[in-house]
Structures are given as C-alpha cells and as structure tokens.
Design a protein around this ligand. Sequence first.
Ligand code: UDP
Length: 311
Amino acid sequence: MRVLVTGGAGFLGSHLCDLLLQKGHDVIAMDNLITGDISNIAHIREERFTFIKHDVTNYIYIDGPLDAILHFASPASPVDYLELPIQTLKVGSLGTHKALGLAKSKNARFLLASTSEVYGDPKIHPQDETYWGNVNPVGPRGVYDEAKRFAEALTMAYHRYHHVDTKIVRIFNTYGPRMRINDGRVVPTFIAQALKGESLTIFGDGSQTRSFCYVSDLVDGIYRLLMSDAHDPVNIGNPKEMTIKAFASVICRLTGKPDNIVSQPLPVDDPKVRQPNIDRARALLSWEPVVDLEEGLKRTIDYFRENPHVR
Ligand code: UDP
C-alpha cells in the first residue's frame, strides 16, 4: 500500500511510519512540526519513505494514488493543547475534514486517531466503546476532547454518506521512546525528574488512575485495525490500571532513586479514573498488549538516559 501518515513526525506517527515500512508499505509522513520533531524520523533511510512539511488544516495535495490515510496530526498532551487551543480545535475539525476529503478522492481507507479523552471524566468504569462520555465542552481540556469527538462524528458521516472505508481508534495513555521530555505528560515528566534527582510532581493526591500502554503494543493494534473491516470505534490500550502515586513509586524504583514526591494542584477536569475495556479489540483484532509495564518503562528510561536533551 501507499500510505499517508499525518502527524508522521510525532511520537505515535513516527512509530507507525516505522511499522508500515517494516510491513513493506510505501509511506508519506506529513507534519507541520509544531509538536512533532524531524529527529523522530531522521533514522529512516528507505527510498519508500517521503516527508512533507505541511499543516493539514490547509488543503492537502498528494501526487499519485493513496491506499490508506492515518490521521494522527494533533497536539496530544494536556500541556500542548492548553498552549495551542485553537490549533488543536482546527486540526481535529478542519484537518480531519481535509484528510477525509483526500481519502474520498483517492478511494483510500481512513483511520482516525481518537482518544480515551472522548470519555472525559468517566462515570462508567472501565470504559467500553458504547459509553458516550462525560466531557466539559467549555473547560480547558474541551479543546482536545471536543475536537476529537467532532472528528469521530465527521469520520462516521464520511463513512455513512460517502462510503469511505473508515476506522476509529480510541487511544488510551501510551508511552515509550520519542515522547518529548517536556511535553508535560506524566511519563516523561516523572522519568526526567527522577533522572535529575528532583522531586516527582504529583498533581492532587495521586489517587487518580491511568492505564499505560507501551508504544509497540499500541501500533500493533492500530495496524490490525487498519487492516480490519471494523468501522465502529475500537479502544486500544493496556487495561492494567494504577494510581499516579503508585506509578511515581515504580519510576523511583526503576531509576534507582528514593521515593521523593511533591504535591501540586490537580489540573481542571483531570479525569479521576481511566481504564480501557478491550473486549472489542480482542474479539475483532485478536489483539492484546504483551509488553509489561516494567519492561516498557525500562526501555523508555534508557531512551531518556541516552537522549537527555530531546526538546
Ligand atoms: N500528572 C501528575 N504529575 C505530572 C504530570 C501529570 O501527577 O507532572 C497526572 C495528571 O494530573 C493525570 C495523570 O498524571 O492525572 C496523567 O497525566 P497526563 O498529562 O500524562 O495525561 P492525561 O491522562 O491526563 O491525558
């Protein structure tokens, strides 16, 4: 296949480019490099790989045929989308519209990177795909959550009315090499703090929960979804849930540091719990995560040790 990955220089986008090339496909990565970084794809030498610097909220032109589009362009960490609220809304709405229009004109299948954030601060736990969510549309996180909810609605509309072969993945917290050390998410933040011997900043009392999936498991699930006949949303994430406080202790232990934490205020609308129900992914894709948390974190810690200056 000839595949376009929007956000191809980002954390997930670049891992997807690697996997697609490994599977034998031709890959075009597109990114405006606002939160993505060219260093994430600098190792790729294949002639089957092309990079185009472009902001997908503007008309997308691709020469020649396309078989698939994976729409991964968006700021994705709370710190990023709070700094880039308008761009986040635009890429989820206008960018998704441009990418879907391109899929329609090229007769390409389309996969939307959606998110567990569509469930907001969930009242159903764990979250399965039939849950409609509990999102504050006017809160600071609303720019991301609502953009992704709109993107899902637009994707289903293109599927129903234009018969585009669409897929929607709802991605839960994912971690691994190529996260930006300062993107504000809990994994790079805690690892960087531990490696520097600083206190780990726990927001609130640390009783909120998350479930962390290693990036290789995630992109494997996404590839299976791309190749499947599914059209309804599918959760991809690791169901192993833990409190942020317990997570901080794991990071201290794996970096060989004493437990050293400091409390900071909880951000507005921070979800209290999050855990994917992955029954649908198991049934439709025969997928489930295989990398356990300690192994994945060791690889991630090694990456941050070797790349202490990544922006
Ligand atoms: N968090 C924290 N300390 C940090 C960064 C994040 O305690 O320095 C918490 C945050 O409040 C949230 C969880 O860790 O409850 C995961 O945050 P992240 O920004 O990684 O992603 P989210 O799951 O909230 O989208």
